[in-house]
Design a protein around this ligand. Structure first.
Ligand code: LER
Ligand code: MN
Length: 269
């Protein structure tokens, strides 16, 4: 398993669960300094910074790109894959496909989190899930062109009413025969939704492709009440070799949150 830390460049997400919000050059340096292998990028969109610039920063600091988020499509542009408007759904998928291409050129998968949207009003749950499956089928194919998977993230009930649990995500992938889609086990969302985090990871098994390593209160692991030992043991058991990525609040300050994450992971790996 590899360690990663989140770098955000999205002003609208200044209060979000990202460790470093400094300009990218500084963010990469801080990630290296605090001991991470890789970084996870949360960018305003596919044209905010060039792929070459990211490659240069990654090389300079000896860091890889773990993943790229797509949430700015929602927080900046209000786009979701399950919007009642066809135009907005098309724009949402287009944004995601551009982020897949951006990340793909860096060898990094893109993540679908908040852009999955919600059902409600004129959109039934069945309809929303059908749109979600259609979009995941396309995104999986696009990602395959770059030899990376596409990451789907079940979110807690306050953020989506589509799929909240890891095992429901695994069933969804299988029921729709979705290819090249992996699941993101965000331990913060899972703390709200799962009965037993380690058991859900074992059940979802081979579908788990990324981990947001957060404590119960979305602070660095060790600053809340989640016990990470059985979770990391379950990840080892399923043969997980992906990232433990700190998508957490920068509390009490970014460096301390980053250092605590590394300390927790080192004690378990
Ligand atoms: C994104 O990774 C996530 O976990 C969502 O909660 C973002 O709001
Ligand atoms: Mn997450």
């Amino acid at each position: 398993m590899r360690t990663a830390v989140t770098l955000s460049q999205v002003p609208e997400a200044a209060a979000g669960p990202f460790v470093f919000h400094e300009p990218l050059a500084q963010g990469f340096a801080l990630a290296r300094e605090t001991g991470f292998d890789d970084v996870e990028l949360f960018l305003p969109g596919p044209n905010h910074v060039s792929v070459d610039e990211i490659k240069a920063l990654a090389d300079k600091h000896g860091l890889g790109i773990a993943a790229v988020g797509t949430g700015a499509g929602m927080v900046k542009h209000g786009l979701s894959l399950t919007d009642p408007s066809l135009d907005k759904r098309v724009a949402a998928l287009d944004f995601i496909e551009q982020m897949i291409a951006f990340g793909g050129q860096l060898g990094a998968p893109a993540i679908l989190g908040s852009m999955q949207g919600k059902h409600g009003g004129e959109v039934s749950k069945d309809q929303a899930l059908e749109w979600l499956a259609d979009a995941l089928r396309i995104a999986g194919k696009t990602a395959a062109k770059y030899n990376v998977p596409f990451i789907y993230e079940p979110l807690n009930r306050y953020e989506t009413n589509l799929i909240n649990r890891l095992t429901d995500g695994a069933e969804f992938i299988e029921a729709h025969s979705l290819e090249n889609i992996v699941l993101l086990a965000d331990l913060f969302h899972m703390n709200i939704e799962e009965t037993d985090l380690a058991a859900s990871i074992r059940t979802a098994g081979k579908h788990v492709g990324h981990v947001h390593y957060a404590d119960s209160n979305r602070r660095a692991m060790g600053f809340g009440h989640t016990n990470p030992a059985p979770i990391v043991a379950a990840l080892k058991e399923i043969g997980y070799t992906g990232h433990l990525s700190a998508e957490i609040f920068p509390l009490p300050d970014p460096k301390t949150a980053a250092q605590q994450t590394i300390k927790s992971i080192r004690s378990l790996l």
